[in-house]
Design a protein. Structure first.
Length: 125
């Protein structure tokens, strides 16, 4: 069963809030479904060190399991924690080490794709 665009957006917002709660920086949600057939949205965030990157990825998994009872189809990058990719099918979360994020610059690659607004509760505190 394919999820709806609204479900994917809500899961993306949950992932963004989870990343923010663990100190994820410059978190963005990008809707890529119109130009990329394999997924609907990316969440991109980063951490200052490999321990934080891993902690962010773990929190995203926990919150998405709690919110939508979903688990990633595949997780890559846990070994070196430079770039952890959580693949949920319709949603892909990229958790980068700051330097790795700058190098790959996915936001520039997807600069034409629409962004999804989300509330950063950690930043408001």
């Amino acid at each position: 069963m394919r999820t709806t665009a609204d479900q994917v957006r809500e899961w993306a917002r949950t992932a963004a809030r989870a990343a923010s709660a663990k100190g994820g920086e410059a978190t963005v949600i990008i809707e890529v479904g119109l130009v990329l057939a394999i997924t609907d949205a990316f969440v991109i965030t980063s951490g200052r060190n490999t321990r934080q990157v891993k902690s962010i990825a773990e929190e995203v998994e926990v919150q998405l399991k709690a919110e939508g009872d979903i688990k990633p189809l595949r997780v890559e990058g846990l070994g070196d924690s430079q770039w952890i990719l959580l693949d949920y099918g319709d949603l892909v979360i990229h958790v980068f080490l700051d330097e790795t994020r700058e190098y790959y610059d996915l936001e520039r690659l997807w600069s034409d794709a629409p962004r999804v607004e989300w509330e950063d509760e950690a930043a408001r505190s």
